[in-house]
Design a binder for this molecule. Structure first.
Ligand code: R5P
Length: 309
């Protein structure tokens, strides 16, 4: 399959890592705003299959540029435009939590399904729907797991007595899939969300952490309060070292400071979202999922240099 990968500046480094693994060219998308705030994007020449790479954290401004880029790629001859969004936005709003709210997940999923021929993402936050395919009706959808990536990231410097902690019951399977290749045991907490920055949390069997190192494992760090509350409980219960890792980290600098103050000595995440904690590359996991599509052919390094703006 002949394909090009197109990326916005905010995702370019991670996109280039994926393109290198797939053996295809990665070209930047030009994007700028007019004085009135409206967006302009300009895409490069494309092969008939275009992979459009953008992580959709802080999504509202990014989404319109993404749709413009998808349209421009089709205008330039792409017959298949696949979205590679390592972090997929609005997945948590999967129901109207209060009367009058929209189901944001449904709106965004339908938008993506209408503009793309396929979507690939990493650990989408799905609670009440079973699969990503239900979110993006009618197009192929691949949800890659970062469990292997996180396990390999942890492997080099954890000890065998480390316990992995999942902060809520929904995280059980996920934390187990990180723990299993490392041969570690797992404890799972019980969490109730009370507000954007307020949770109530208990950790059954917490006495098991006394005198042992722990790593909190979550799919997403947003405000960080879930990990903060967990860390305070673990510290009080006598854990000797508290670290944390997650697939996606959206925390701000001040959120990360609060995590340190709560006793978490290190926070690590994958580069699905760029930032100071993003120490593990997700490109190999994405490439594994995409490689079957590329098995027919991949352009030589000489031809990879021919695509330009
Ligand atoms: C919730 O179900 C997720 O797995 C995360 O625990 C949650 O999104 C983290 O949010 P925050 O960092 O704001 O507590």
């Amino acid at each position: 399959m002949r394909a090009t990968l197109h990326a916005f500046a905010d995702s370019l480094a991670a996109a280039e890592r994926l393109a290198n693994l797939l053996g295809i060219v990665c070209v930047p998308i030009e994007a700028r705003r007019f004085t009135d705030g409206e967006a302009l994007v300009r895409v490069a020449l494309t092969e008939t299959t275009a992979l459009l790479y953008r992580s959709l954290d802080h999504p509202d401004g990014k989404l319109i540029e993404l749709l413009f880029a998808a349209s421009a790629l089709r205008d330039r001859g792409a017959t298949r435009v696949m979205l590679v969004a390592p972090y997929l936005c609005y997945m948590r709003q999967d129901t109207a939590f209060r009367p009058g709210e929209c189901v944001s997940q449904k709106v965004i999923g339908s938008l993506i399904a209408a503009h793309f021929d396929a979507v690939i993402t990493v650990n989408p936050h799905l609670h009440r729907v079973e699969s990503l395919a239900q979110v993006v009706p009618g197009i192929p959808a691949i949800a890659v797991s970062a469990a292997g990536t996180l396990a390999e990231m942890l492997r080099s410097d954890i000890t065998t007595d480390t316990i992995l902690i999942g902060p809520d019951v929904e995280s059980r399977l996920w934390v187990q899939s990180v723990a299993e290749p490392l041969g570690l045991s797992v404890i799972v907490g019980e969490k109730r969300r009370l507000g954007d920055r307020e949770v109530s949390l208990t950790i059954p069997d917490i006495e098991r952490v006394r005198g042992r190192p722990v790593v909190l494992v979550d799919d997403l760090i947003s405000s960080g309060v879930t990990l903060q509350q967990s860390a305070l409980l673990l510290k009080a219960a006598g854990a000797t070292l508290i670290e944390a890792c997650a697939t996606h980290c959206l925390a701000t600098a001040s959120d990360l400071r609060a995590l340190r103050e709560a006793g978490i000595s290190r926070v690590q995440s994958t580069d699905t979202v760029d930032g100071p904690t993003a120490s593990a590359h997700i490109a190999p996991a994405l490439a594994d999922a995409l490689t079957p599509l590329f098995s027919e052919s991949s352009p030589s390094s000489a031809s990879r240099k021919t695509v330009s703006l």
